[in-house]
Design a protein around this ligand. Sequence first.
Ligand code: ZN
Length: 523
Amino acid sequence: MKQFWRKIISGGCGPLDDPAEAPSVAAAFTAAVKADVYHESIVAEGGAGWALARRGLEKSLRIIWLAGRRPAATGPFKGPISQVRLPVGQAEILEVTPTAAAAAALRQALPWTAPQLVAGRPSIGLGDRLGLATPGHVRAVRGTGYVPMLAQQSIREMTRTRRSAQEVVDDATWGAFQAGWRDGFGADADHLKTPEDIDLCAAAGFTFFTIDPGDYVDNDAATASPDELSAKFEALPWPALETTAADTRRAYADVREDLAGETLAFDEVTLHRAGAKYGYAVAHTAEMYRHLVARLGEGNFELEVSVDETDTPTSPAEHYYVAKELARMGVRWVSLAPRFVGRFEKGVDYIGDLAELERTFVPHMAITERFGGYKISLHSGSDKFGVYAMAARHGGRRVHVKTAGTSYLEALRVIAEKEIRLFREILDFARCRYEADKASYLVSANLHRVPISCVLADWHLAPLLNQFDARQALHVTYGSVLAAEGGKRFREPLLAALKTHEEAYAQALEKHIGRHLAPFIGK
Ligand code: ZN
């Protein structure tokens, strides 16, 4: 404790210099605050010592300083102060309830608990629908060189989980603090469709914005005749695209790109098809980008473009068209999610022809290089264990795997092991809800293969989380589960159980997310 105390009062910052000191510091902290202190959270900053403590299921921030010398950095924090005598001297300890105001103050006091710009580093998207996954997510990425998106939620998920954008960011802040994660994280406001979505998420402190212009993609273009394509092309919103049909034809007439051995050229039908399919989407994305620039200022945010949730695959020519047009309009983006061939269904492995996926993945990567080396984002990217080795081989650190629901499934795995009755009820409820809830997701589970809980022995429950149909049924019904009876039925007992079994949940996530990263870090 002595060393750490000296560090605090000399205004030093950072965690314990000597890890061997951790047990004694934690013990002193724990004794002083009469609550368990998370070892990893202990840190010195601005003349104070900071830690996250837990008593029962309740957590609170504790800040300690030399008696009579309250540091300025602690000013915004409110709560009761108690006097304690530590082996190293008299101290004061402030107890702070983890409110939204406290989270905002914490991001100011300890900047690494705030989302950062991360696109320059290899990254992975780790959505957390329950707000309790961050410590496990941190364990999975520690030492890998990958920066996590610890806050990552789509508007759809926020609606279904009844969490505000602010809660999503705040949960990541508290989780990063608890886990002592000081290497930075991103906050991905996923699948934004309107300027209002942007405003909501920008106000909450998101730094990464995934624009989804999917509603503006014309999937009929995939099968339309040359005449129809020509008519669609002429009818594009040219003023919004800041060019003309004739100029666009001229701009593509001479395109000859070598994409990993194959030459990409645009005959008229190819250009018309790409334009007809994605022209409106390009215009909408540019409009969303301009809105972001006006709101946050160029360079203060990162942008992803995602068309993954559309009906027809994005061909390399179409990807090239989107990139070239966005670049011409001055849009700056850091990643793009094409709609790939085959099926990236929720919570399960890739369904489709891997060789065909690889044949298109290579030119997609080549196009990203041609336009500045942005990342390819693999949406519904969890559990695609058959794909990662190929993606890592061709894309390496420029592949961003985006996961979310899989961490909810890992939570259910813990429940299936530890809170058997609760899991049985969730399973039966999910069976009832699946047909209605699957509407907005790409899934193909057959309910006949999801057993009703009463026919299962206890030890059959957790293995259900390895079964295709049960995974999907549980995956897409989270909104109904969490909302049932205003949260009383499942949400509250589920969150309480995960807090009780916090260590088991962290271990499950470390293992499961670790499997996603392993092929990318050469393991
Ligand atoms: Zn997506």
